[in-house]
Design a protein around this ligand. Structure first.
Ligand SMILES: [Zn+2]
Length: 432
């Protein structure tokens, strides 16, 4: 279902014109009102008059997360603080957080973008949405909340964690839609099974999963264990929160809400804009945001774009599901490795559970990669000989995909720590 056909299926030429107008207005505002951007534009030798259409965006400077942190808390405000009605921030676990300050109009855009997101996975006013994303400064909880409310669906604002209660509420209130991280959805399914409950039989229709990269194999696993259509959603606090892009029912890339968030993919080392199909770093510009607009934000997420019209009728650009992050990317003996590539391989193996951990160590100046994979009870109680054979077979498949040797270790059921939020997949023991 398409929530806003006028914009989501807009003719591409009209969309480009609209984006050009919006970019022109944005640059004008940033130049006049935000010294941070004015300085950057002056350093890049570009003035608002130079921006005559969306094609001129490549002349504008990029913005990085570190720069946004440097002007914490209010250095990116483009309106008077009195106009701000809500504030969210990134987690700030690795430094000062990035602040996202919303005007009333920004909340309307966010609600609209999230209504599009939930509608793309089939949500209507008849649905009951169990929202297990965290509420609070994190954007996940309230983003879904506003979108569901805009559609007129019933929201259960249960927030993250408290798995027993999640399971009870799922059943008692007959939720039809579930929103949480992909890893948490599998944790829920596992916890349900222990209570003798089959989540695929309780009437869930779709799940909206985001906030961490996941793979096609993990999607199959989730769809089977929860009996849902598993929709990948994408967003980030630096831009607006969730609502930047979402899959439709065809699950062939995520539609970017391009009338509000303009996507580019660049070569992370040179900054050159890449063509459709070329993998690189996603860059997003907020075309309509008032509170804290962002010019060419370098997301560090690796993906590629596709502008062909989708079978669903939407004309918006699609981004491939995030392949990894430039900062999650492991460089093992000179080879680029993303955790998602490893996940893709191990989840196709019979008896493997979707819980794994990647451990990187340096021995004698050489990087060693160990993948610990959890097996189900049945396989794990098998003869040692068979387990070793499975380990060798996974190592061979990983070699075929990654082109590097890894050590695979099958571990006991439930021995890898579970997460109620974002899963921790990598333990890098190398000295930085
Ligand atoms: Zn589509």
């Amino acid at each position: 279902m398409i929530w806003n056909n006028d914009y989501e299926s807009l003719d591409r030429a009209d969309l480009s014109r609209l984006q050009g107008e919006r970019l022109g207005r944005l640059v004008d505002v940033l130049y006049r009102r935000v010294p941070f951007y004015r300085k950057k534009m002056e350093a890049a030798g570009v003035r608002p008059n130079d921006i005559q259409g969306i094609q001129d965006i490549a002349r504008l400077p990029f913005t990085t997360k570190d720069e946004m942190r440097d002007v914490y808390p209010y250095g990116l405000l483009a309106v008077d603080l009195r106009e701000i009605v809500e504030i969210h921030t990134s987690s700030g676990t690795t430094g000062k957080p990035v602040v996202d300050a919303y005007t009333s109009a920004d909340l309307d855009v966010w609600s609209e973008a999230m209504a599009r997101t939930l509608a793309a996975g089939g949500t209507t006013r008849h649905d009951i949405v169990q929202n297990a994303y965290g509420y609070g400064l994190f954007t996940g909880g309230l983003g879904v909340h506003y979108g569901a409310r805009t559609i007129g669906a019933t929201v259960i604002p249960i927030s993250g964690g408290n798995t027993k209660r999640q399971l009870a509420v799922l059943q008692d209130f007959k939720a039809t839609m579930l929103t949480c991280t992909p890893s948490y959805s599998l944790y829920l399914a596992e916890a349900a099974r222990e209570e003798g409950l089959d989540l695929s039989k309780i009437g869930l229709k779709s799940g909206f999963f985001g906030a961490e990269p996941w793979s096609e194999s993990m999607r199959k696993e989730i769809e089977q264990k929860l009996g849902v259509l598993a929709i990948d959603i994408y967003g980030l606090t630096e831009i607006i929160g969730p609502g930047v892009a979402m899959e439709c029912e065809h699950q062939r890339g995520l539609h970017v809400n391009e009338d509000h968030f303009y996507p580019e993919v660049i070569d992370p080392s040179t900054g050159r804009v890449l063509a459709d199909g070329e993998k690189g770093e996603l860059v997003i510009t907020t075309l309509t945001k008032e509170g804290t607009p962002v010019l060419r934000y370098r997301t560090r997420d690796i993906t590629y774009l596709e502008h062909r019209k989708c079978a669903c009728g939407r004309t918006t650009a699609r981004m491939h599901r995030v392949l990894g992050r430039t900062d999650d990317m492991l460089i093992i003996r000179g080879v680029n490795v993303f955790p998602s590539q490893i996940e893709e391989v191990i989840l196709t193996v019979e008896g493997v559970e979707p819980h794994y951990q990647i451990i990187v160590e340096r021995r004698d100046q050489l990087d060693e990669l160990e993948v610990q994979v959890e097996m189900n009870e049945k396989v794990f109680s098998d003869e040692i000989r068979n387990l070793e054979r499975t380990e060798r077979s996974i190592e061979e498949q990983l070699y075929a995909t990654l082109n590097i040797h890894t050590r695979v270790k099958l571990v006991e059921p439930k021995s890898i720590a579970r997460s109620e939020g974002k899963a921790k997949r990598i333990i890098d023991k190398r000295a930085k």
